[in-house]
Each structure stands twice: as structure tokens, then as C-alpha cells.
Design a protein around this ligand. Sequence first.
Ligand code: NAD
Length: 246
Amino acid sequence: MHIDLRDRTAIVCGASSGIGLGVAESLVEAGANVVLFARRRELLEREAVRLGGIAVAGDVRNPADVERLVATAVEAHGGIDVLVNNSGGPPRMRASELTPERVEDAVALLLLSVVRLTGLCLPYLERCGRGRIVNITSTTVREPIDDLALSNAVRPGVIGWAKSLARELGPKGITVNSIAPGRIDTDRIREVWPDGPSPEDLLAVPLRRLGTPREVGDVVAFLASDRASYITGAVIPVDGGILRSL
Ligand code: NAD
């Protein structure tokens, strides 16, 4: 099977490192024009040059930044075919430590940002007739992870929104899917586990190792392609089998 994304333009958020960068690499390899968005300008520009993409520096929470992102993509390539919603994760904490302010911050980062950017991209995704939206979430949408209470509380809302949107946009030929990464080898995993995963942590993963950003990116490239034309509203774990739920 050949995944061909030539003549498609993709926006990838959180693309300066980690999963977002792995997604950008996979989309470029499949032939897409990629517009990379993240906060660290220097790093982002370096990766964009390496991949032959366009860098737009900004924060997914900032309305002016994401308006500039969409305008840049449309000006450079005439439209948008693929939107990959992604950013950093919320801070690690227990449910009993949540405050209204912390929940508001997590909602702004994980849910409002996605709703806002998707709304800005929708006219272009509709116009191309085969639009694709892929949200990077977490296995917390299926099973809570201890001490990641903000993720456990807020990310399921992204899935509720995505499934609703998939129902509304299906008749327009747009698919909306979400990835639930397990333990992927990025800076985030070192933020959550400063000492790295213990042997017991890895024993919890049936495939006995961390995943790579490209293993997530390749699934996103498939979902972005015509080969995935009958998949929408899905939550696809890329987790080495760690989720136990049916
Ligand atoms: P990461 O922290 O390693 O990388 C995040 C990327 O997003 C970086 O490029 C960063 O600069 C950018 N970014 C962060 N906040 C941003 C913002 N407000 N605006 C624009 N760009 C921003 O994270 P990752 O491991 O690549 O994970 C990506 C997403 O997937 C995160 O939400 C993370 O919580 C989630 N996730 C990761 C894992 C994992 O094992 N790595 C597992 C489950 C879920």
C-alpha cells in the first residue's frame, strides 16, 4: 500500500519536537506540504528547513497566532487539507490537587485551542472535499493514569467533541479521528517520569518498549490519506498494547 499525500497541505501543531515532529516527518515523506507550528522559533525553523516545510512560531492558546498560522498556510499553498491538533501536555498532578485555575489552563491548552483552530481551518477543509482532522490525545481518554488528573479530566472532552464533529462533517467528506498515544519516547515522557521508565513500567507494555514519534506519525499519515477514507470518529491507540479496555 502506498500512502500518497502529494498536493495536500497539512498543518501540524506542536511540531518542533516529539510526536508533532514525528508526524511532520511522516507527512513530508508521504509528499505533503507541511506547515509546522510551535512556540520555540529557532528549533522550529531548523526542523522546517530540514523537512522543506514552512515554520510559523506561536502558541496554540493564542487566537492571533493561530489566525496567522492559517493565513500563512493558505497564502503559501492555496488551502488546507489536513489539520493535526497537538501541543504539550498539562502538568502532572493528583485529582485532589486540582484547582479551578489549573483546570481552566488545561481546558485552554487541550480543548479550547483545538476547537478554535479547527473552526478557522473548516472552510478550507470543506472546500478541498477530502479534509482530514487528526487530534493527538492520550490513552487517558480510555483509562485514567495515576497523577495525570488534568489529562484524565480534560482529554475525554476532546473525544466527545471530535465524535460529534465527525458526525456533522461526514456528509461533507471530512474525517475526524484521534490518536491515543501510550508511552512515546519524547521530552514529555521525561517530564512525566524524570528518572525514566522503570523496568516495571516497561513490563506493563506488551511490546516491552517505548514507542517512537514516527510510529505515531505513520498512523497519522495513513489517516490523512485516501487509504483511510472510511474511518471517522475513531480513537486509535498507538500504545504498544498498554490499554486493557475492550
Ligand atoms: P512534548 O512535550 O515532547 O512536545 C510537545 C510539542 O508541542 C513541542 O514541540 C512543544 O514546543 C509544542 N508545544 C507545547 N505547548 C505548546 C503550545 N501551547 N503551543 C504550541 N506548541 C506547543 O510532547 P509529546 O510527547 O510530543 O506529546 C504530544 C502530546 O501528546 C502532548 O499533549 C502529550 O501530553 C501527549 N501524549 C504524549 C505521550 C508520550 O508518551 N510522549 C503519551 C500520551 C499523550
